[in-house]
Design a protein. Structure first.
Length: 380
């Protein structure tokens, strides 16, 4: 039996056993699926067998991550990474990733014992991939496996639009309420200021190192929504709430969205959420609702994982529509994750921004809520 650590909301270990399930390409060795989900659990967990991890790592060592400014080079890299993932990823994990596209499918996956680079340099202090990272195992696995759900893309205002982004504290930005800081980050949906159709649908975090054992928390949006009183659900569905652009966006001034709703029906019985670190009501009633829901978020049940703390790498991949996430404080010590955003709508976003393939880095300003006819409206 596998003995992976199953972390519950407050960091306790689960007593749930890992159950081997058969079948994946290649070796015939069973992978382990942790059947740890209760009805309120959002995360489906897997642990790769060592033999699979090693085979995937061997293939990934053949690929080289291109210069991020080389757009055609990234296209090639992505195709190769997808082929490597298709060859090595256990069928159960592939199916779970692909199920995220459909109603009733998974909303969050946590996969442990994934391939890692044989030698990692110190984490970057400038948010940029270190030149001294000699191999591209993490990028190959991250880009390859997340493509089962959507294509990788980015916004120019964040990390210069690099498709794979380094998430590590940046000394001059440690007080920021962003991925460059060390302070606690409350629950949020990444880049909520962007229109829903152009917002990241999936978010992948690949754990490389985590000396301070900083946890990442996830919260099931629909379970949370169902726990709220009807009056609050009704108020938060009104387009009366303004969202602030994240501090990770390189905007010179604080930028706010037009009034929008916090919860929006998706047409399949679910709701998706827009949730920024900073929000404000467009009127007194809306502000009161935001105060109440912020307080409810602080008490809501959540689940946690500690990325980057195992002997292998790990991946937390979740819906950026149906799962909100937060992060504990990063105390002294090195922490390094790599992040990708994914979307099934890459061509649609290209059309909205007047760009063409192979562009996959877009100006968020063109896609933010409130944008109309080439001019941003109702921003403060
Ligand atoms: Fe985030």
């Amino acid at each position: 039996m596998n003995s992976s650590k199953n972390l519950l909301p407050c960091g306790r270990k689960s007593s749930i056993l890992d159950v081997p399930i058969p079948g994946f390409p290649g070796t015939g060795v069973p992978i382990h699926e942790t059947r740890g989900r209760s009805r309120t659990s959002a995360i489906r967990r897997f642990t790769l067998p060592d033999v699979v991890r090693k085979a995937w790592e061997t293939d990934a060592l053949e690929l080289a991550y291109p210069d991020p400014s080389d757009r055609n080079g990234f296209e090639r890299f992505e195709r190769e990474a997808v082929a490597v993932a298709a060859k090595n990823c256990p069928a159960e994990i592939t199916a779970a990733m692909q199920s995220m596209k459909t109603p009733g499918g998974e909303v969050a996956l946590y996969i442990q014992n994934l391939p890692r680079d044989p030698k990692l340099p110190q984490p970057p202090h400038d948010g940029v991939r270190p030149i001294s990272k000699e191999t591209s195992v993490s990028e190959t696995v991250l880009v390859g496996i997340t493509n089962f759900d959507g294509e990788v893309f980015a916004y120019k205002e964040e990390k210069d639009g690099r498709p794979v982004q380094e998430i590590a504290p940046v000394p001059r930005s440690e007080r920021k309420a962003s991925n460059e800081g060390r302070a606690v980050l409350g629950f949020h949906i990444d880049d909520s200021i962007v229109m829903p159709c152009a917002r990241p649908k999936g978010l992948g975090l690949y754990g490389l190192r985590n000396d301070p054992l900083t946890p990442t928390h996830v919260l099931d949006v629909n379970a949370f929504h169902a726990s709220l009183p009807a009056w609050l659900q009704e108020q938060l569905a009104r387009a009366e709430h303004c969202l602030c652009a994240p501090e990770s966006f390189a905007f010179p001034t604080e930028t706010w969205s037009a009034p929008t709703s916090i919860f929006s029906p998706t047409g399949d019985g679910r709701v998706e959420m827009a949730l920024s670190i900073k929000m404000r009501g467009d009127n007194e009633r809306a502000q009161h609702a935001l105060d109440v829901v912020t307080s409810a978020l602080e008490r809501a049940p959540f689940e946690s994982v500690i990325l980057g703390a195992g002997s292998g790498a790990d991946l937390l991949y979740f819906s950026n529509r149906f799962v909100a996430h937060s992060r504990g404080m990063i105390s002294t010590g090195a922490r390094w994750l790599q992040r990708v955003f994914t979307t099934p709508n890459l061509d649609k976003i290209r059309k909205m921004t007047g760009t063409m393939a192979p562009t996959r880095s877009f100006e968020a300003r063109q896609l933010m809520m409130g944008h109309s006819g080439g001019a941003c409206t109702r921003y403060s």
